[in-house]
Ligand binder design. Structure first.
Ligand code: F3S
Length: 748
């Protein structure tokens, strides 16, 4: 049992620290003295300080040490640029980068991939060289979708990982607590800073019965309510009827009800999957360790739901939102009643949710029945394999051939239309139409940027059956179609093996491991690039109180991270801090004039765009502050919303209240997030006041600072402001950022 277990087949000198997991768990169990859920076992066994950490579900903030980090290519850009600015020689925990989000579907896998490599060359070159330099595993474009690759190669029972993508929980299908985070969190973990998570509540879902026929693992999840901030933990006799990749699908879909993550106990199906993906050591060790990979008898859940898999019916979700779920038997009526466009234009299968070998096999079994009976597809049909390994295996085993015969266009192993990378030609923008996908999300415009597209979500076999009808009013379980001779034809249940009998075919080698000699690797960033820019570390605190600062903007009302750093077209600059900073606060309402993106420059009295005024202050060496309202920075964890403010010369953000993640992100970038001790003091601030922040030289946890307002009349007003900095975070402020602080510690 003391055998070292390699953490993956790609990382030769990294091991799973089962001993630490076991030891930490013993400490925590001793302290809490009660039976634990599986989620708690996995999370608490990764505590940074198992002896001293406060542990209260739904209340305390845990400091954790994840086992791994996974980054997709869109979010990896700023994460790696930030990590580099800390000047560390390599990432602190095993990390991978996956090129899956930037490949546009147009005419088919090979050509689309070649085009993406050309268009995104500078991004891929940067990610590849930065990965090589900092000891990161790099999965090239064409390798597959992040969550599929993680499941195939990196997830392991009892592990804790974070990933910069909402569907990271997919790895829960292999018993891993896998949580989607923003780039700033990933940077922390890569830089050896403990990762903070609000101690999650745990919802138990007991599965009984068995899944069969057309019913897919997806069905039923949305009946679980109240998942926000909770881990959903499955257990019960029904678990054994699910394949490992089916469990992953369920965990993936849990993101749609806001769950922190979802997770299954270690079981035989996981073991088989680990064997099939060449990780026999992990499988046998998990068996040995299984008592730590399931909940204790009598563990307490915050809520418990029961789902009888035998009673579940297939569902179709949508349009416009995944949480509108209609049982297949009622779908036709709903289509008619709501006047959804009945003609099915496109069926799309694959994506990280449903692109396993089993999913593809089941879809192919439906296509084969139709082809054998002379049916022809009535809708456009696309197929996205989840990984190169799946693509190669279904090419070898014949499923790909069948899907192609059904008219399927095999797209690159990538996110493709799921993330809107789809050059759709069959309908015009604004034209009302229907599509069905096997994806997880279907928000308005997500797939094809057409707000009039009614996107529905179903399992891959149902999607495949639908393309032979071409009509949304079709029910593949009960209705008949006409075969090639005009006789009635009815589908029988889809079938497909979970794992390839002949083993997986790895396909083309799409992995780039870090080279032996990393020191000599040059990270490639073209200084003229519009998409990428190297970051300089932010400057340290000058040791003084800040005096006479202009208010760049006094924001009125709602100010989400979207108001602070808009998405949409700006996302192409996500790796170029200076360029993306041109969107800083352009969505926020100025309390002075009620206008958006129009503030007065105190140097010349002229109104100008917010970023322009900030740049003018910065050029003149004048730091500035932002004043804001309630719940400032709610929305996403987007780190750009903090980085831009720091980059353009902000020093403090003073508000009535913060969204916690944004507050922490501001601290990480060396800014001062402060709150009015008396929220009504917000009204005492005139946008043209100058502000001094007093008390910084004795900055301490729990001790208020003073805001001195220098009014244009010459009068001064002092108001107290509070903060939530702890000692460690005060060091971040002094060093200029959390990363600077970490870099200083590593240098010593
Ligand atoms: Fe990609 Fe869609 Fe999954 S965008 S990571 S395939 S949800």
């Amino acid at each position: 049992s003391n055998k070292k277990i390699k953490i993956s087949n790609f990382e030769q000198d990294k091991y799973i620290n089962y001993q630490r997991i076991q030891d930490n768990l013993a400490i925590v169990k001793n302290r809490l003295n009660k039976p634990l859920t599986l989620a708690e076992k996995v999370v608490y066994s990764h505590l940074d300080d198992p002896h001293g950490q406060d542990i209260e579900r739904g209340k305390s903030y845990l400091k954790l040490r994840p086992d791994r980090v996974a980054l997709q290519d869109a979010t990896a850009q700023m994460a790696l640029l930030q990590f580099m600015s800390a000047g560390m020689p390599e990432v602190a925990v095993p990390t991978t980068v996956h090129c899956d989000h930037l490949i546009e579907a147009q005419i088919g896998g090979e050509k689309d991939l070649a085009r993406a490599k050309d268009i995104n060359k500078e991004v891929y070159d940067f990610l590849a060289t930065a990965s090589a330099k900092y000891n990161i595993g790099f999965w090239r474009p064409g390798s597959g979708i992040i969550h599929q690759i993680v499941l195939e190669n990196y997830a392991f029972p009892g592990g804790l990982m974070i990933g910069t993508d909402s569907h990271t929980p997919n790895a829960g299908g292999l018993g891993m607590v896998a949580i989607g985070v923003g780039g700033a969190d990933a940077v922390d973990v890569m830089a050896d800073i403990p990762w903070e998570l609000k101690c999650p509540q745990v919802i138990g879902v007991k599965l009984t019965g068995t899944l069969s026929g057309w019913t897919a693992p997806k069905a039923g999840i949305l009946t679980v309510k109240g998942g926000t901030g909770a881990i959903i933990e499955y257990f019960g006799p029904g678990v054994e009827s699910l394949s490992c990749t089916g469990m992953a699908t369920i965990c993936n879909m849990g993101a749609e009800i806001g769950a922190t993550t979802s997770l299954f106990p270690f079981n035989k199906r996981m073991s088989e999957y680990l064997h099939a993906t060449n990780r026999t050591d992990i499988a046998s060790y998990s068996e040995y360790f299984a008592h730590n990979l399931r909940a204790d008898e009598g563990a307490h859940y915050d809520k418990v739901f029961e789902i009888n898999l035998s009673e579940l019916e297939p569902h179709i979700n949508g349009p416009f939102t995944p949480d509108l779920a209609t049982p297949l038997s009622k779908f036709k009526d709903e289509v008619v009643r709501n006047e959804w466009p009945t003609e099915l234009k496109v069926g799309l299968i694959g994506s990280c949710t449903n692109s396993s070998y089993e999913d593809m096999s089941r879809a192919a079994s439906i296509a084969k029945q139709a082809i054998d009976h002379g049916l022809k597809a009535k809708s456009i049909f696309t197929v996205t394999p989840g990984s190169e390994q799946i693509r190669a295996t279904i090419a070898r085993d014949g499923q790909e051939k069948i899907l192609k015969e059904a008219g399927g266009l095999v797209l690159a192993n990538a996110c493709g239309p799921c993330i809107g990378q789809w050059d759709r030609q069959d309908v015009k923008k604004g034209e009302k139409n229907s599509i069905i996908t096997s994806y997880n999300r279907n928000f308005t415009g997500r797939n094809d940027a057409n707000p009039a597209t009614h996107a529905f979500v179903a399992s891959p076999d149902i999607v495949t059956a639908f393309i032979f009808s071409g009509d949304l009013r079709f029910n593949p379980v009960t209705d008949t179609l006409k075969d090639g001779n005009g006789n009635p034809f009815k589908f029988t249940d889809p079938k497909g093996s979970e794992l390839p009998i002949r083993g997986y075919d790895p396909g083309e080698n799409t992995y780039q491991g870090p080279p032996k000699d990393r020191l000599n690797v040059q990270v490639v960033v073209d200084p003229k690039s519009k998409r990428l820019q190297l970051l300089q570390p932010f400057s340290k605190w000058n040791g003084k109180d800040a005096e006479g600062l202009p208010i760049l903007i006094k924001v009125k009302g709602k100010c989400t991270t979207d108001h602070i750093s808009m998405a949409g077209p700006w996302l192409k600059f996500r790796g170029h801090l200076d360029n993306i900073s041109n969107n800083m606060l352009i969505g926020a309402v100025n309390a002075e004039n009620g206008a958006v993106n129009s503030v007065k420059n105190i140097n010349n009295g002229q109104y100008d765009a917010v970023p322009n005024v900030a740049r003018d202050y910065k050029a003149k060496g004048i730091p500035w502050v932002v004043v804001g309202d309630e719940n400032y920075g709610e929305g996403s964890s987007r780190e750009h919303a903090a980085l831009e403010v720091r980059h353009l010369g902000g020093i403090a953000v003073i508000v009535k209240s913060f969204a916690r993640i944004h507050e922490t992100n501001l601290k990480k970038q060396g800014l001062l997030p402060l709150t009015f001790t008396n929220p009504s003091d917000y009204d005492k601030i005139d946008p043209l006041d100058k502000i001094s922040i007093l008390g910084l030289t004795s900055f301490a946890p729990g001790k208020n600072l003073t805001l001195r307002l220098n009014k244009t009349s010459g009068e001064t007003v002092d108001i107290p402001v509070s903060h939530t900095f702890n000692n460690n975070q005060i060091e971040w402020f002094k060093a200029g950022s959390a990363l600077n602080c970490m870099a200083e510690q590593h240098a010593h």
